[in-house]
Design a protein around this ligand. Structure first.
Ligand code: NDP
Length: 512
């Protein structure tokens, strides 16, 4: 396994200085990690490429055993993993457990079990006359070296989690975690090593943006999760080498509450999906549209539930509901969106301010009297805010929900599930939940990916592992005539006869 040991300043592309990792809930510096330069990333890539063929040769069973032993390691070390995640993100212990530890365990199980089926050779049938009697096959082969570049909000789920299908497909992986949250990736790499992952198959390249950029240059495919802005940079750079990319980007997920909704469930779901992980979830509820007849009742329920939330330093299970703001500039963005909304006529009925103390907090905030002139309704806030807008009817709600450059997720609440599904089908988003929020992410069988500016490609499901492979079509001619009808020399008589045959076959206007 690749390591990120000490680095020395150097003129030939090596690292310059280390990176301090901070606990956002306390403000304390808890570790330093190396800031790898391009030369060091290239060296990791070379070693990973050398290790990859033996890893691929191990086969699905051998690789699955490593995954399952990693799962055991994860459970044996659950508290240590949770503490590490909490220490560098400032999230609550429950958020670290339910949305990271549990995701990790289920992803290890899922890919160990399903990778072989998703990547098995497929027999293909064709209606082409030219290939009658021939054997057609589609097969998958690992790309070689995959680069996974991850964000700071889910250091296990959205960094390490995306390495698992790439590894199960038989690739080596370089993981570049966010500079803000590198410790979880380093710990999980240690776990995989303890579980028997061969040396150098998974390398952790700690560093900043330039380290990520070096990873893009060094690999055969990039799985990127992060902001739309950086995603575009990654795609532009990857175009130079025609390196394929899969991009999981930002979101501004809408929730629609129809007049016949179960308001208690809708309000509980809204509060959870807007404020869990401090609102720092790509698929968190970022704006809510409520039909006029139930608007006041819905807001009253949301306000009561939000007031009851406990925020502070996450010290153990049950200590707090909402943790800290992980990334320093994010607190400014949240404050700017809230101030912009208030300046344009919105009201913060709960919260609205940064928290006090050496740690970085922003109060869970409910905004009303909002509209689409406000940044809080149109730009990704990525913090604990819930702007709620009154709408005349479902048509207006759908129109406003779709009035966004993003299209990651969304939700609709109604007791009429048929109508809920009809509304969901009209929402421009990669995933829509009816009477639920965000939980589609737990179904690893279901693809998860964004429309519009929210991404390209998807994770999970068959496509979530096939994207880490080259596909190869194989055609085998079992019969060996000396000459086929399409071979040289071309003869007018044969060609005219063929044309008569084609007319008989395709000359009708209707279905075959
Ligand atoms: P960023 O885009 O800022 O960073 C993502 C990663 O890219 C980090 O590791 C970063 O390194 C690295 N990076 C920065 N510059 C470059 C570059 N030029 N080339 C290659 N890599 C680079 O995103 P955030 O970390 O701020 O994450 C938050 C964003 O992620 C939100 O928009 C959120 O919606 C999105 N997200 C999307 C998800 C999805 O599934 N669609 C899931 C989770 C989050 P460094 O941190 O060291 O600068």
């Amino acid at each position: 396994m690749g390591t990120t040991e000490t680095q020395a300043p150097s003129a030939n592309g090596a690292a310059t200085d280390g990176i301090a990792v901070e606990n956002p809930a306390t403000g304390a510096v808890i570790a330093h990690v190396p800031d790898l330069g391009p030369g060091e990333v290239r060296a990791l890539a070379e070693r990973a490429r050398a290790a990859q063929p033996a890893w691929a040769a191990l086969g699905f069973d051998g690789r699955a055993q490593v995954m399952l032993r990693t799962r055991k390691w994860l459970m044996d070390n659950a508290e240590r993993v949770i503490e590490t995640i909490v220490s560098e993100t400032g999230k609550s212990w429950e958020d670290a457990q339910s949305a990271e530890l549990v995701y990790g365990a289920s992803a290890l199980s899922f890919w160990a079990k399903h990778a072989e089926r998703y990547l098995a050779d497929e027999r293909v049938r064709s209606s082409s006359l030219f290939v009658k009697g021939k054997k057609l096959k589609l097969r998958y082969e690992p790309l070689g070296l995959v680069g996974v570049i991850g964000p700071w909000n889910y250091p296990l789920t959205n960094s390490f989690g995306d390495c698992l299908p790439a590894l199960m497909a038989g690739n080596a992986v370089i993981l570049k975690p966010s500079e803000v949250t590198p410790l979880t990736s380093m710990l999980l790499a240690e776990g995989m090593r303890a579980a028997g992952l061969p040396e150098d198959v998974l390398a952790i390249a700690t560093g900043r943006g330039q380290t990520g950029s070096a990873v893009v240059d060094a690999v055969d495919m990039v799985m990127f999760t992060g902001s739309t802005r950086t995603g575009k940079l990654v795609m532009r750079q990857a175009a130079e080498t025609l390196t394929p990319v899969s991009l999981e980007l930002g979101g501004k997920d809408p929730m629609i509450v129809l007049a016949d909704a179960d308001l208690e469930r809708a309000a509980s779901s809204a509060v959870w999906s807007a404020f869990m992980n401090g609102g720092q979830t790509c698929i968190s509820t970022e704006r809510v549209y409520v039909e006029a007849p139930v608007y006041d009742a819905f807001v009253a329920k949301v306000v009561a539930k939000t007031r009851a939330l406990r925020q502070g330093v996450p010290s153990d299970f049950g200590a707090v509901d909402v943790g800290a703001i992980t990334f320093p500039p994010q607190a400014e963005i949240i404050e700017r969106h809230v101030q912009d909304a208030i300046g344009k006529g919105a009201k913060a009925v709960v919260g609205g301010h940064r928290g006090a103390g050496p740690g970085r907090f922003f109060e869970p905030t409910v905004l009303v009297d909002v509209d689409h002139t406000m940044e809080a309704m149109t730009e990704e806030t990525f913090g604990p805010t819930m702007p709620i807008m009154r709408v005349a009817d479902a048509e207006e709600a759908i129109r406003l929900a779709n009035d966004s450059p993003y299209g990651l997720g969304g939700s609709v609440f109604t007791k009429d599930v048929g109508r809920g599904e009809a509304v969901a089908r009209r929402m421009q988003a990669g995933a829509v939940n009816v009477n639920d929020t965000m939980i589609n992410f737990a179904a690893l069988e279901l693809p998860m990916g964004g429309w519009k500016a929210s991404g390209l490609g998807s994770r999970h499901g068959a496509g979530g592992i096939r994207k880490y492979c080259k596909q190869q079509a194989i055609l085998v001619s079992r019969l060996h005539p000396k000459r086929d009808v399409h071979h040289f020399p071309y003869k007018a008589k044969t060609s005219r006869r063929l044309l008569r045959g084609f007319r008989l076959l395709w000359g009708r206007g209707g279905r075959d």
